[in-house]
Every structure is written in C-alpha cells, then in structure tokens.
Write a protein that binds this ligand. Structure first.
Ligand code: NAD
Length: 473
C-alpha cells in the first residue's frame, strides 16, 4: 500500500495544503493499492506563483541550454523506465507490450522536443520587420489517466522547449505513475519552479489553473465536456488554449483491401490501449458487398484477442481503469443491443473465466447505422461498430458525419486511391495502411476533437507568441 502525500512545488516535494485522501486501485484486481493526498486550490496557487517567479530567468535561457535540460530530463526518465512500467501495469492495467511502449514513450517525447528545438528559428524576418517567437509565460498542463507519464512529459517537453514554465495537473487516478515521473524529472536538476506538479481534483486544482490570471497558456488532454468547461474558464483572461479531446475515428476499408492485413489492423486500431484511446478506430466502414466476409474475419480476429491479466504476455486488452469506466462501457453495450445493432463478438459482462477486475469482453457490433448512439458517442472501451457503405462518396460522408475529427484510418491495396480518400476526411491525422505514430507530425483534432496541435514544430509554437519588431536594425 503506497501512501503518496507529497506534491512538487518550487523544486521540492512538499506536503499539500489540501487534506483529502483518495484511493488508488489496481483495476485488474479491484484492490486498493494506495492512497494519495490531494492538492487543493491553494496548492495550485502556490505552484502558479513558483512558476511565475521562475519564468523571467527561464524564458531568457538559450535554446542550447534548454536542449541540454531536455536531454537531462530524458535521461532521468529513461533511468526510471522499469519502475514506471511496473506502475503502469499495476495502477492502469496496460498489457505488457502497451505498458512497455508507454514507459518508453514518456522519455522519448523529451528527446523529440530537443530535436525540434535544435532546428527551430526563434527569429525570422517579415518584410522590414524582425519577428521574434516569444514564450507565452506560465503554462497550465492538465492531463488524463490513459497515458499519464506520456502526457505529462510530452506537454512539459513542448512548454520547456519554448521557454515557458509549467504547472502540471495530472489525473488524480494515476498518482503512483505521477510520483515516479515527478521523482525522475526532479533528478534532472532544473531550476526551482520551472515545473511544478500538483495532483488534485479537476474541479479544484484544474479549475484554479484554468482561471488564474497568472497562467498564460493552457494545454489540456481529456474529455470534450471538460475541454469546453476549461475553454469557458480561460475566456476571462484570454488564455491561449490547446485542447486535445475525444474522438470517434473512422476506419475506412476500401473495396480492394487485403483482408489478411486490413482486418487485424482494423481490430488493433479499435482495441488499442484496451479501447481507452482517443484515437481508437471505433467505426469500421466496410463496403456492403464484402460485409459478410469482413464479419467472419473480424470474429476470428477478436477470438484471438485476450482480455485479462495485463501481466500475461498473451493479453491484448487490459481492464478498464475504474469501476465507473467499466459501468459506462457496459451501458453502451446494452444501448447498442437495444438500438438494434447485431453483436458479432463479445457482449455484456466480464470475459469467460474472469471473476474480478474491470475487464470487458472485446465487443464488435455489426448492422450499425451512423445515427446510433454507439456510432456517435465516444465509449472509451473495446467496443467497435461495423457500418456498411455503398460507394466511396457514402463512405466519406459517413466518416465525416461526426462531431469529432481527431484521427481516421484508410485501408486499401491502392495507396494512391487511399490518399485521395484521406484528402476528403475531416480529421487531424489520417493513417493509410498503418498504425504507426509520427512524432514530427502535428497531432490534434478538427471540430469537437479539439483546438490546436501538439508535437513537432506546431506543438512548440503552441507555447510561443510572435512579436514583430519594426524599425531600423
Ligand atoms: P477528463 O476530461 O475527465 O479529465 C482529464 C483531466 O481534466 C483530469 O486531470 C481531470 O482531473 C481534469 N479535469 C476534470 N474536470 C476539470 C475542470 N472542471 N477543470 C479543469 N480540469 C478538470 O478525462 P479523463 O476521463 O481523464 O480521460 C478520458 C478522456 O480523455 C476521453 O474522452 C478521451 O477521448 C480523452 N483523451 C483525449 C486525447 C487526445 O489527445 N485527444 C488523449 C487521451 C484522452
């Protein structure tokens, strides 16, 4: 049983002013494995004040110095990779390969930001003027539980690369992972106050950060509903806001697709991160004339997936993070059945032989129409919808008929044709015959999937403001 009773403010681990204790669970066993003392609004204000004090000196550091700091942070997180992996497995329940990837990703994003910084021109010319890209100030970074360390390090990397100081509010449900990341980042020995980590509730710590006049920039990853609340809270002080929100991503299977590759890829796109991924491909669009064949293959593929103990290397789908999340997914499966969709795999309840843990049966519905609730709302679990289409125009119309626009997938033997379809899709990223991530490319959503972009040069510029200096040089 871990007791976490420290937050990180002004370069030191300190006892929070907040006194509420919050239980931490192992989602594979439903056992309480720890308790965290939550920060409150006063702690958030203290963290903001520390970041504000650190900003003038930090904003004047050279890119070279910041590259060096990012490299030190990277090495410090690499040194804790095994510990982080253990925490990810225990507190989040990610299956082995996913957990390993997540632990590595947390350090990789720091190095990627250093690379971006290396090639970035902070000063350029526009006509007779000199344009200087200037750091915004104190950045509030608010992150979710579905990739705790990756989001903390990714947002922090971009903020620091730009010369901003930061106050991070991670999810209260990931405090064990956050503790390890915080200890690692502290080891890198950055100046006090440059980053601060306050684990607390969204409606206290998160709300304080979102509205505080000394916070110039907000970068949030989480649900669309909370994203809208944050945008409203930020309006009074006109903060710059980056929102990475939900998704209902289409997987467009073209009529020439090779099902040996396309079906496993589509199922993996849907079940990635145990379905708890904003970029999960949850609407699979299949040409009607190949629907029966696709269903048969999909059933076989799902039978090969295993939902259970995250430490078993055969497991592909881990538990839902919480009982609340498990119940939410169960509710959506019932809604799918009630609205007339046809189950071709999975269904309600736990997988066979599993007695405890927030495990869901990997579930696929067919005969789904795009107006059904399961095709419109983000479920955030391993529940996929197959939707039939006639021609490509109809496929594109269905793909774009959503309030979201984070990611899309196009699967085809003909890459030229796939790219033509990709050009018609309203989404921040379209992946053609791949699930690979590209850290240099911008990431973010169209429509209600968000505002702004992360990663690469676009991600760096989200923490910068152009200033034009005119006159004779
Ligand atoms: P959430 O929106 O409930 O919480 C995210 C963070 O916001 C948490 O730290 C939470 O404490 C905080 N928060 C809650 N209320 C707040 C408020 N009023 N003011 C300020 N902060 C507040 O999301 P979650 O349940 O932690 O994560 C799941 C959601 O995140 C899904 O909808 C998913 O699609 C989304 N997500 C998006 C991306 C992306 O990059 N687009 C990535 C991962 C997850």
């Amino acid at each position: 049983m871990q007791i976490i009773d420290r937050i990180y403010i002004d370069g030191a681990f300190v006892t929070p002013h907040g006194s509420e204790m919050f239980d931490l669970f192992n989602p594979a066993t439903e056992q309480v494995i720890g308790r965290v003392r939550l920060a409150d609004a006063q702690d958030a204000r203290d963290a903001i004040a520390a970041a504000k004090r650190a900003f003038p000196a930090f904003s004047r550091t050279s890119p070279r110095e910041r590259i060096d700091m990012l490299k030190r942070l990277h090495e410090a997180v690499v040194a804790k990779e095994d510990q982080l992996y253990e925490a990810i497995t225990e507190e989040y329940g990610a299956p082995v390969s996913r957990g390993r990837w997540m632990a590595r990703h947390a350090s990789a994003v720091l190095l990627e930001a250093a690379k971006v910084l290396q090639d970035y021109a902070f000063t350029r010319r526009a006509g007779s003027a000199e344009v200087v890209m200037q750091p915004l100030g104190v950045a509030g970074l608010i992150t979710p539980w579905n990739s705790d360390a990756g989001f903390i390090c990714g947002k922090l990397a971009a903020a620091l690369a730009a010369g901003c100081t930061a106050v991070i509010k991670p999810s209260e449900m990931s405090a064990i992972q956050t503790r390890i990341v915080s200890e690692a980042l502290h080891e890198a020995g950055l100046p006090a106050g440059v980053f601060n980590i306050v684990t607390g509730r969204g409606d206290t710590v998160g709300a304080e950060i979102s509205s505080h006049p000394d916070v110039a920039k907000l970068s949030f990853t989480g649900s669309t509903a909370v994203g809208k609340t944050i945008l409203r809270a930020a309006a009074d002080t006109l903060k710059r806001v980056t929102l990475e929100l939900g998704g209902k991503s289409p997987v467009i299977v073209l009529d020439d697709a090779d099902f040996d590759n396309a079906v496993p890829l589509a199922i993996q796109a849907g079940f990635m991160n145990s379905g708890q991924a904003c970029i999960a491909g949850t609407r699979i669009l299949v040409p009607r004339q190949r629907l029966a064949e696709f269903e048969t293959r999909a059933r076989e593929e799902v039978a090969r997936s295993q939902s259970g103990d995250p430490r078993d290397p055969q497991t592909t789908v881990g538990p839902m993070v919480s009982q609340k999340q498990w119940e939410r997914v169960q509710r959506y499966i019932r809604i799918g059945i009630d609205e007339g969709a046809r189950l071709i795999a999975g269904g309600e309840g736990r997988p066979d032989g599993v007695e405890a843990g927030w495990f869901v049966r990997p579930t696929v519905f067919s005969d789904v129409t795009n107006d059904m609730t399961i095709a419109r709302e983000e479920i955030f679990g391993p529940v996929l919808s197959i939707i039939g289409y006639g021609d490509i125009d109809e496929a594109v119309t269905i793909a774009n008929d959503t309030s979201y626009g984070l990611q899309a997938y196009v699967l085809s033997r003909d890459t030229q044709r796939a790219h033509e379809v990709a050009s018609l899709i309203e989404a921040g990223r379209v992946l053609v015959n791949t699930l690979a991530h590209e850290p240099a490319a911008p990431f973010g959503g169209f429509k209600q999937s968000g505002i702004g972009r992360e990663y690469g040069t676009f991600g760096l510029e989200a923490f910068l403001e152009p200033k034009s200096v005119l006159g004779v040089f």
